[in-house]
Design a protein around this ligand. Structure first.
Ligand SMILES: Cc1cc2nc3c(=O)[nH]c(=O)nc-3n(C[C@H](O)[C@H](O)[C@H](O)COP(=O)(O)O)c2cc1C
Length: 320
């Protein structure tokens, strides 16, 4: 199986991405940038440009993602990204469930008005010079909506369709809708990527077994999001689990996690002015990675409550 690192706004920037790639990159074939929303008057933010620079992504197969519902803005930004930085594929975000984004008809909000979405896709596929992949949900409020969306998706040369089998109204709650995913998978003409709720080898095996038992088609890849934040070696573990029965093959060592942590810590320290943004980002990382250490609640609390770098590092030293 091929594994992709999901785009996660505010987290999977180039610093995080490089650390994953350098320490746990085995088994990851593609990385996605967090979404970039076009700003026709201002242009891309310098943080977004830094994230795209080839020298900030050495050896990393990267796909930039765009969030918009305006064909013209998609075309202008995708051309700039591909011409300036040499990318060949752009991913369209049709999945973000956040209310502000959806309220503007973007992210999964683009799925609401299917006629407008069809016109949007028609124009970008007619005029874009790069390959286009799409990351989608099943619909806004009812999985039945996907039948209409499929009729639209199947008309265009989408290089890959990543499906997160939830609705906009689901946000990230409840379990993924595997039955609806299978209905969709079997009708898609393009390669399909599965995305959702894989945190462990067992989760991966269960989802893949479900697809095997219930679908005629197979997926071309699996995209991993929050599971990689919790366990940065997850893709390596899943990749090795395809080759061996041993569920622990590829699990991260403490030394690896320490080196991974230190890389991210040092890079953020160099990037930010002052301790507070550094602490904020590191605590965010631990909010997920802490899940790997269920019996270290005291030290995790120390990290959460730390008010300066010295307190923070004391907590980290207890765990790693
Ligand atoms: C904090 C956070 C930020 C996210 N940002 C993006 C984003 O920029 N673009 C996008 O398409 N999806 C984004 N997502 C959704 C993830 O890419 C992914 O689809 C979702 O987390 C489900 O996969 P998972 O269960 O493996 O985490 C985000 C998710 C989270 C939790």
């Amino acid at each position: 199986m091929r594994f992709y690192l999901a785009p996660m706004e505010g987290i999977t920037g180039y610093i995080y991405r490089n650390a994953v790639h350098d320490f746990f990159g085995d088994g990851i074939t593609k990385y996605y940038t967090p979404f970039i929303a076009p700003r026709p008057k201002k242009g891309m933010a310098s943080k977004e440009r830094r994230g795209l620079l080839p020298e900030n992504n050495p050896g990393i197969p990267l796909v930039p993602q765009i969030l918009t519902n305006k064909a013209e803005d998609f075309l202008t930004l995708s051309e700039e990204i591909c011409d300036t930085y040499g990318y060949e594929e752009i991913n369209l975000n049709a999945g973000c469930p956040s209310k502000t984004v959806v309220g503007h008809g973007k992210g999964s909000g683009i799925l609401k008005d299917t006629e407008a979405y069809d016109r949007f896709l028609e124009e970008i596929f007619a005029k874009a010079k790069c390959k286009i992949s799409v990351k989608t949900r099943l619909g806004m409020e009812d999985p039945e909506e996907f039948a209409r969306l499929l009729g639209i998706y199947n008309q265009y040369p989408i290089t890959e369709l990543t499906i997160h089998p939830r609705l906009q109204t689901d946000q990230y709650k409840g379990t993924v809708r595997m039955d609806d995913f299978c209905v969709a998978l079997d009708k898609c003409k393009m390669p399909v990527v599965y995305n959702g709720d894989i945190y462990t080898v067992q989760d991966y095996r269960e989802k893949m077994q479900y697809i095997k038992d219930h679908c005629k088609n197979t997926v071309c890849a699996v995209m991993l999001g929050r599971g990689m934040l919790r366990n940065p070696a997850l893709a390596r573990e899943l990749y090795q689990s395809d080759l061996s029965e041993n569920e622990n093959a590829g699990a991260p060592t403490k030394e690896e996690l320490r080196a991974y942590h230190d890389r991210i810590f040092t890079s953020y320290k160099d990037l930010f002015d002052g301790e507070m943004p550094l602490l904020f980002h590191m605590k965010e990382l631990w909010a997920s990675m802490g899940g790997l250490f269920p019996d270290q609640e005291k030290a995790l609390k120390k990290i959460r409550k730390s008010g300066n770098v010295a307190e923070y590092l004391a907590g980290v030293h207890e765990i790693l």
